[in-house]
Design a binder for this molecule. Structure first.
Ligand code: SF4
Length: 298
């Protein structure tokens, strides 16, 4: 059994595609979600497999929360999201629906009763800055999602990417977050610097790769403003400063893990939990992570 201290949160991926790129970039933007390091494959699964995958994670771990992520888990087709959310809750997990929210209102009725927490992306305090990251119309959609979720007293969290320019907007974004937290519970705010993984390039490094100290100082500067909302800061890492260990379980049973290297182009595929069990695969990932990077993993 994996203890809660060893693994508190599991990411479940029903699909890795995303509809954010349907939005048109603003004129000054380098493109929508260009920092995104999602993979392009689509998970092939069915409701029974999704339930078995969740059951296996439940049986072999004390993890308390399943984060539904992707790509975006709220897509305009049946990716078994409602089945998976319901089953995860019935199995005793908290559920975090991590979404860009573009289609949330369409599927809200089916997911509402099975979601503990909605984590929404917001990268700037008004349309100009927020849409620069995510595309035209994103900010208005975000605002309308927040309004109906607040009116329905849902629990929220926010997720923000920063550039060298937008990090200066954090105080105004903090006011925005505080205004929402006055009206409904906001569990956390995750603020990230660009992560040079997957499709890193000199252009992206110039936009997003500002000094780590500037990022940390800017984030620390808004902590008191949003308290008691907890802020998690995710600065760009150096090779010797690995990311926290995280596990993504694809809804077909494939287990992948972030082994910490900032240079790895994608998460390492560890195995199939329906064939090998969940705990042995996670323990294998722990062992791989302990190996020197040069030994690495294929
Ligand atoms: S909304 Fe999220 S998953 Fe979709 S492209 Fe943007 S960062 Fe990637």
């Amino acid at each position: 059994m994996l203890t809660h201290d060893e693994l508190a949160i599991v990411h479940l991926v029903l699909n890795t595609d995303c509809n954010a790129w349907d939005l048109a970039p603003t004129s000054a933007s380098p493109g929508v979600c260009r920092f995104c390091y999602r993979e392009r494959n689509r998970v092939k699964t069915d409701p029974d497999t999704v339930r078995r995958v969740i059951d296996q994670v439940r049986t072999e771990s004390e993890a308390h929360r399943v984060v539904f992520t992707g790509g975006d888990p709220v897509m305009p087709y049946d990716n078994h999201l409602e089945v998976a959310l319901r089953h995860a809750r019935e199995a005793g997990f908290e559920t975090n629906l991590h979404t860009n929210g573009l289609l949330l209102s369409d599927r809200y009725a089916g997911v509402r009763d099975h979601v503990t927490l909605y984590s929404l992306a917001i990268d700037g305090p008004e349309a100009d800055s927020a849409d620069w990251f995510r595309g035209q119309g994103y900010f208005e959609r975000f605002r309308s999602n927040v309004e109906f979720l607040v009116a329905d007293r849902r629990r929220l969290a926010f997720n923000t990417f920063t550039t060298a320019a937008s990090v200066r907007e954090l105080p105004r974004l903090a006011e925005f977050v505080t205004g929402i937290a006055d009206r409904t519970e906001v569990e956390y705010w995750l603020i990230s610097q660009y992560r040079p993984i997957g499709r890193a390039s000199a252009g992206k490094a110039e936009l997003y790769g500002f000094e780590r100290d500037d990022f940390v100082r800017a984030v620390d500067g808004v902590r008191d403003a949003v308290a008691p909302v907890e802020i998690f800061a995710q600065p760009t890492r150096a090779p010797e400063d690995p990311y926290p260990f995280r596990v993504w379980v694809l809804a077909d049973g494939t287990v992948t893990a972030d082994l910490g290297s900032v240079a790895a182009p994608r998460n390492a595929v560890i195995g199939d939990l329906l064939a090998d069990g969940f705990e042995p695969l996670v323990r294998r990932a722990f062992a791989l992570r302990e190996q020197p990077q040069l030994e690495g993993i294929a």
